[in-house]
Write a protein that binds this ligand. Sequence first.
Ligand code: EPU
Length: 433
Amino acid sequence: MMNQYVIKGGNPLVGEVDISGAKNAALPILAAAIMPDETVVIENLPDVTDIQAILMAIESVGAQVTRLDRHTVKINGSHISDYRIDGDYIRKIRASYYLLGALLGKIHKAEVVYPGGCNIGLRPIDQHIKGFQGLGAEVELPHGRVYAYADKLTGGHIYMDVVSVGATMNVILASVMAEGTTIIENAAKEPHIVDLANFLNSCGASIRGAGTDVIRIKGVQRLHGTEYTIIPDQIEAGTYMFGAAVTKGDVVVKNVIPKHLESISAKLIEMGCEVEEGDDWVRVVASKPLKRTNVKTLPYPGFPTDMQPQMTTLLALSQGTSIVTETIFETRFKYVAELRRMGANITIEGNAAFITGVEGFTGADVSAPDLRAGAALVMAGLSAEGFTYVDQIHYIERGYERFEKKIRGLGGRIEKIDSDDDREIRKFQMKVS
Ligand code: EPU
């Protein structure tokens, strides 16, 4: 069965939406959860398919995984019995590489299929490998896999050539129980790096400086159990904030950390939206015509690459000409061809999109090329005239919990329907017309 989203545009998104836990924090934390020999309880997990995949992976090496409810899981890693992770479910996700760091750190041996993930660029893992080697590990790349092993891991001084979220987290994982102190220079500073460090510190690790570009990890002999709550998802929140702007709506994103959303709020304000902040909520109201601006994606605290497709979509409906420059992933503009089918006026030159605003989008058949672009196309559909059909939505389900339900809660007209079920499609069309 292939599901698609069928969307009838034109309703502004209005109301409140609860933001789930951060996928990109939960993935490394679930890998890290196998490192203590005691039980850990993790709360506020997003219920999305990437999380299901990593849970299956840690179970496959012998971790005991008990679901307490949809967002809470209990993990015990005292009987890790294997160091190899394989299987189709894991090939699809990027975060499989965190199992390298976690297994290497705990049992000094790991073999994982070469990481997959959204096809948004080359996505090499040379910095991960350099990091492991810097701790004394050997790394081999047998056919389609990564194999890392060490007799002993020793703290090292690791300078990252590029700012990498994944490599920074992986070096933290591999060094947390190494002998001596590890220093990571030019580390990534994303909120999820801080979340991983906080989780590990709550298990007895000694990690300082997470959230800055120098992180110091003093190896400890063992980690103990803990209970930990994942931070809210910055990108999910940002997506609904942009959804408010794209549909000229009024949305309160709840259970967020407004500080993590600053680069997103700042751009929305620049474009003429009203943004109001509380302790754990942000409200976006879009009542005036939107103004042009330029944006460049950068590592945190810069504007996130994971918000780039949403940003480009919004600028396509703003007055004047805007430029969006993508500096993190080379091929993250594939969705532009889809947006053009909806009437957007965008040309791509190298790593920049030149966007001339149009009055509005019209509904079309489009395909989600990856997770974030898929979400952006849904938002475009919600603002478009007529019906939009988005397929390949399994990408979107990797990272957005109950996406269509949350959108309906805000008054958006969207239904998830089997692409071949013409009757259901017609039923929805009749209902919303
Ligand atoms: N890079 C290297 N060598 C490496 C690692 C990275 O050259 O060894 C380069 C990449 O090619 C890229 C840049 O460094 O140009 C940054 O990549 P990074 O390692 O930070 O990204 P990632 O770990 O592959 C994570 C998220 C992405 C998010 C990026 C940037 C996960 C599982 N993935 O990817 O999330 O876009 O950080 O913030 O956490 C998504 O959620 O939709 C998604 C794609």
